[in-house]
Ligand binder design. Structure first.
Ligand code: HEM
Length: 134
C-alpha cells in the first residue's frame, strides 16, 4: 500500500543482499577461490601470503559501499579505493580474474535477492576494470 511505502524507508542494497552474513560468505568464498584455483594464480601472487587482513578489510569495505555500516570508512578516513589501487600496476588479465572470482563467489553465496546481487556484480566489474593501469 502507498502509505506503507511512505512509512518504511527503502532497503539498502546491503540489507537486500542479506547483510554482514551474506557479504562475509561472498568474500570468504572469493579469497578461497583466489587461494585455491590455478586460474587466479596471477591475482593471488599480487596479494600478501596471509590473506587474513583482506578477509576482514574487503567485507568491511563492501558493507559500507552497499549502504550498510561504514566501519571501513571510519578506519580509513579520506582513503580512495581507486587511488589506492592506482599504484599496483593492475593489468586487464588480473582485473578479469578478480571479476570472475567475485562473480563466482556472489553466485555461490546465494544472496537473498538475486537481482541486487547481479547489479552488485556488475558495479564491481566496472570498478575493477576502472583500476586497470598496465
Ligand atoms: C581490479 C583487480 C584488483 C586487483 C588486482 C586488486 C589487488 C589488490 C592488492 C594486491 C591489494 C593489497 C593486498 C595485500 O596487501 O595483501 C588490494 C587491497 C584491497 N583491495 Fe583490491 N584489487 C582489485 C580490485 C579491487 C576492488 C574492485 C575492490 C573493491 C570493491 C578492492 C578492494 C580492496 C580492499 C578493501 C583492499 C584492502 C585495502 C584496505 O582496506 O586498506 N580491490 N587489492
Amino acid at each position: 500500500m502507498a502509505t506503507q511505502a511512505l512509512e518504511s524507508p527503502p532497503q539498502s542494497p546491503f540489507e537486500r543482499m542479506g547483510g554482514h552474513d551474506v557479504i562475509r560468505r561472498i568474500t570468504d568464498r572469493f579469497y578461497d577461490l583466489m587461494d585455491e584455483e590455478p586460474a587466479y594464480a596471477k591475482l593471488r601472487a599480487m596479494h600478501a601470503v596471509d590473506l587474513g587482513p583482506m578477509r576482514e578489510s574487503l567485507p568491511s569495505f563492501l558493507a559500507g559501499w552497499a549502504g550498510g555500516p561504514r566501519d571501513w570508512w571510519e578506519a580509513n578516513p579520506g582513503k580512495c579505493m581507486m587511488s589506492a589501487h592506482g599504484g599496483l600496476g593492475i593489468d586487464r588479465e588480473t582485473a578479469e580474474q578478480w571479476v570472475e572470482a567475485m562473480n563466482r563467489a556472489i553466485a555461490d553465496a546465494t544472496p537473498a535477492d538475486a537481482e541486487i546481487a547481479e547489479r552488485m556484480g556488475e558495479a564491481l566489474e566496472r570498478m575493477a576494470l576502472g583500476m586497470v593501469r598496465a
